[in-house]
Design a protein around this ligand. Sequence first.
Ligand SMILES: Cc1cc2nc3c(=O)[nH]c(=O)nc-3n(C[C@H](O)[C@H](O)[C@H](O)COP(=O)(O)OP(=O)(O)OC[C@H]3O[C@@H](n4cnc5c(N)ncnc54)[C@H](O)[C@@H]3O)c2cc1C
Length: 470
Amino acid sequence: MATSDVSRSDGGLLAAAADELRASVRGELICPVDAGYDEARKVYNGMIDRRPAAIVRCADIADVIATVGCARQEGRVLSVRGGGHSVPGFGTNDDGIVCDLSPMTGIRVDAERRTARAEGGCTWGDLDHATHAFGLATTGGIISTTGVAGLTLGGGIGHLARGCGLSCDNLISADVVTADGQLVTASEDENADLFWALRGGGGNFGVVTSLEFRLHPVGEIYGGPIFYPVDRAAELLAFYREFIAQAPEQLGAFFAFQIAPPLPFIPEDRHGETMCLIVACWTGPVAEGERAIAPLLEAAPVVAQHVGAMPYPALNGAFDALRPPGLQHYWKADFVRELTDDAIAAHVEHGPRVPCVEATVHLYPIDGACHRVASDATAFAYRDARFACVIAGMWPDPADNETNTRWVRDYYDAIHPHSEPGGYVNFMAGDDQHRIRDNYRGNYQRLTEIKHRYDPDNLFRINQNIAPAG
Ligand SMILES: Cc1cc2nc3c(=O)[nH]c(=O)nc-3n(C[C@H](O)[C@H](O)[C@H](O)COP(=O)(O)OP(=O)(O)OC[C@H]3O[C@@H](n4cnc5c(N)ncnc54)[C@H](O)[C@@H]3O)c2cc1C
């Protein structure tokens, strides 16, 4: 492309800067004039329509260093994109630069040490696939297309959390390109303050080019979805609250409100009906799975279930088709210490109003191993919360934006008084920035100090932002 093609008044980089960046990276540089621009600027949330000046599809760490350097020199905002799933669209921006790590998907599993190192652009599908070959896994998200880095840096909640802790609890080390373009390693022994901040503090501290995880022997699991009539929601939630508190930690089971999708195991005449759903994942001996899950099948009449032995990655990808890229998204979130009767009443009022099959409300249990980490041991502060609740508005047609966002907001207004002040940063909308102190509780001040040390000018600010102290 001729130099002058890139020099544009529509927010593109100045020609000289674009030329310099193009010359220094091995990956693709995509500017507004380039053919693939409209595809490259898309993120998972179809509601986000932003026009960055340049998107760099980084091939390696050198590309990341060059991209960070360019953003700094040009005074442009910088977005870091892993899997692109951020609901507020943090993986893109207007007029800035996107450091897109999606080509960086290398993974190395050390089966003997039970560790894996994953590059910053890996999805959970990539990592689960690689570790499953060795009968191993670590806590990850419940949709396979979500990014490993973005999810882990915010905390990381999934089927394995009760038994194995949050994703960030399994982080052993991370390689990070900081705002000044240095590559540093963060672990308990090296840059320990940065390592502390990365485990829950989100993308505030630099571009994570790779993450090393502790793995657990998880190969075949026993579990799957169980659908119940929605008019049993009150008794089911009360049962679930008591059951999960006592259940062995090898049992993950989250509660949901969900319209029944047209799946073969659900009776055809019940498709489209709003239901309660529990998705179970038993990681103990498969032969004991039936017994572990039996109480869930007896808690209320079961409309449909698809429970059985399956490879762990199969469960972790089971809901992908229901949530394709490009849906409209608006989410809100709270941590819940005690699921009180009043909270249950609020759920029973608003959950059954879930507006469409893509939307859902999830109550994820985050007790067990998550509680054994002290509140100040990592940036993720809510170690006494029993549940992370997310009201996930997702719908295909922008014409329905008002109805769906209203449902999320009304639901949130009803449950928030029964929840903790803070919520999980990765489940929050862009308009929740004012909750940042509450999300980190007593850890917030320390986070601002570490932010000041590693990113005093707040180059990494397209996130649930922690402002540098000072
Ligand atoms: C359909 C869906 C399902 C989800 N399921 C779960 C779930 O089961 N459990 C759960 O805990 N969360 C879940 N989430 C929330 C998810 O954790 C966040 O959206 C997370 O930010 C996604 O990370 P990403 O890399 O895909 O997103 P991106 O949009 O690429 O990145 C989001 C932000 O993360 C940071 N980031 C990403 N990659 C890097 C990197 N390499 N270095 C530094 N910073 C980086 C940046 O601040 C970036 O702006 C889900 C989200 C969606 C949309």
